[in-house]
Design a protein around this ligand. Structure first.
Ligand SMILES: Nc1nc2c(ncn2[C@@H]2O[C@H](COP(=O)(O)OP(=O)(O)OP(=O)(O)O)[C@@H](O)[C@H]2O)c(=O)[nH]1
Ligand SMILES: [Mg+2]
Length: 352
């Protein structure tokens, strides 16, 4: 198997919480290197212990400053803290992760691990990359994981669903209450933080949010709690820490494993696997190349796509596959079927 086992020493190192190994294992999985699925299957049973907090909100609201405050506070309480910063816009977040105003060395000294996830590496989607990274950190013994993301799109909302508690950060002078409602953040917030409470308009923002929260009482969930902070001075941060501590009992890693969330993840993972299976392993891509070579100078994309998706065409490809297609030899096979279930998949679709 050679190459596909590369993750094993990385996982062993990660379990000893060697930061270098943790970083390389996250990259290995993020880059979808051969064997990444096996790596995650080895990681998953080791997860479920960490408390995961999501921090989101509009640009410049003070998310990074607040993340730094929380990370330091929880590390000071003996927790092993990791920060995952999700930045879909920037191809390279590197040093900017926690804002240059935060003294990174202080965080590193406190043993806080920092990692950014950029869209660049997110082959299976940003939210999947984040989930994978959080699980690796959880398995590696980090018991308090903060995910910071800019809360604008569906992607970010999906990311934040990974968290047990979601903190939405607002600041005066940004029309945040309106934005928060629009972005659907109202539905996911467990805590609303009015940051920059030292600025004009903070009281008004707090009042607006209070009325929004009370109007949203019909929602089938506990109303979000409001907290006001000045992240730059640390004022109010203790209240937020206390609130999160109350809600995140140590060691109770009961993340959202509700049916719908897991089902959506399984479907997404399976679709990615099918994609690879069909295009690369079964040679559909080569088939397409040949097909295009034969085609004239005006290709009908609908017709070709229909042809490629045709079950008889797929069956023919399967029958002429070098392995007879009963799966990659590297995969354990049960009754001639592969563990990824290619045979089953095609048998089933053939019946439809
Ligand atoms: N006055 C005041 N300034 C603050 C406060 N919190 C953060 N800031 C400042 O606001 C600016 C943005 O803070 P960040 O923590 O980088 O905000 P962010 O939400 O992470 O920003 P992006 O990641 O760029 O979206 C910085 O200059 C901070 O120093 C606060 O409570 N009061
Ligand atoms: Mg930031």
């Amino acid at each position: 198997m050679g190459d596909s086992n590369q993750w094993q020493p990385l996982l062993e190192g990660a379990l000893r919480r060697e930061q270098f190994a943790v970083a390389r294992l996250i990259s290995f999985v993020e880059d979808r290197r051969a064997g990444w699925r096996d790596a995650m299957r080895a990681v998953f049973p080791l997860t479920g212990r960490a408390a995961v907090v999501g921090i989101t909100g509009s640009p410049g609201a003070g998310k990074s400053t607040l993340t730094g405050c929380l990370a330091t506070a929880f590390a000071g309480r003996g927790r092993k803290v990791a920060v995952v910063a999700v930045d879909p816009s920037s191809p390279f977040t590197g040093g900017a992760v926690l804002g240059d105003r935060i003294r990174m060395p202080a965080l590193v000294e406190a043993g806080i691990y920092m990692r950014s996830i950029a869209s660049r590496g997110a082959l299976g989607g940003l939210s999947q990359s984040t989930r994978d990274a959080v699980r690796i950190l959880d398995a590696s013994g980090f018991d308090f994981i903060l995910i910071e993301t800019v809360g604008v799109g569906q992607d970010e909302i999906d990311i934040i669903r990974t968290a047990q508690q979601t903190v939405v950060v607002c600041a005066p002078g940004q029309g945040d209450s309106v934005q928060a409602a629009k972005a659907g953040l109202m539905e996911i917030a467990d805590v609303f933080v009015v940051n920059k409470a030292d600025r004009d308009g903070a009281d008004k923002l707090m009042a607006d949010l209070e009325s929004m929260v009370s109007m949203g009482e019909h929602l089938q969930r506990v109303a979000p709690t409001l907290v006001s902070t000045v992240a730059t001075s640390g004022k109010g941060v203790a209240d937020l820490v206390r609130l999160l501590e109350e809600r995140l009992p140590a060691g109770a890693g009961d993340r959202d494993q509700s049916g719908a969330t897991v089902e959506a993840e399984i479907i997404a993972l399976t679709e990615t696997a099918w994609h690879e299976l069909l295009w690369d392993e079964l040679g559909l891509r080569a088939h397409l190349a040949r097909r295009l070579q034969k085609a004239g100078n005006r290709v009908d994309p609908y017709a070709v796509a229909a042809e490629l998706a045709n079950i008889d065409v797929l069956r023919r490809i399967l029958q002429t596959h070098p392995n007879g297609y009963h799966g990659r030899s590297a995969l354990p096979s049960v009754n001639g079927e592969t563990s990824v279930g290619t045979g089953k998949l095609l048998a089933r679709s053939a019946k439809l």
